[in-house]
Ligand binder design. Sequence first.
Ligand SMILES: [Fe+2]
Ligand SMILES: [Fe+2]
Length: 175
Amino acid sequence: MNHIENLIEWIDYVLKTYHQPLKEDLPKIQLLLNKIISVHGEHHPEFEKINIIFGKFKNDMIKHLHKEENVLFPMLQEIQKCIDTDTKLWWFHCGSIQNPISQMEHEHDIFDTYFEEMSLLSNKYALPSDACNAYTTTYKMLEKLEKDTKEHATFENDVLFKVALEKEEKLKNIP
Ligand SMILES: [Fe+2]
Ligand SMILES: [Fe+2]
């Protein structure tokens, strides 16, 4: 990732690096969880609990991506276009991007709590020596999902949103 502060390029980066892979991984993990529950559920009641939390995470994440892609990101793209053309933002009279950004940051924090619960239930995704392939793959994918989600949220909170707010502030000086 280069560090030219261009919101349009950074949004493309987020979509390609985080959103698209997530949309592919979530249904794969769901199928794997269904499979291990049907095979091992009887002896591993924790799978059912993990599945419930994963289901909540999946639904919340799908809605979160939808809000970013359809509400917040178009506003950030607009900010970049106004910066590039030295134009005033049309929505200044009705607020700031601070509100949708605070909402997204709050949702990022909720994702962390889901992972704390799943990590606890799976004993940090520890595998027994006789774990089957589906079991192993599911835990590996959940662990990767946690890492990717944290990276994704950190990039949005600390880079994308931060720079967008700075740029929005700059646009306020345009007469
Ligand atoms: Fe995102
Ligand atoms: Fe996000």
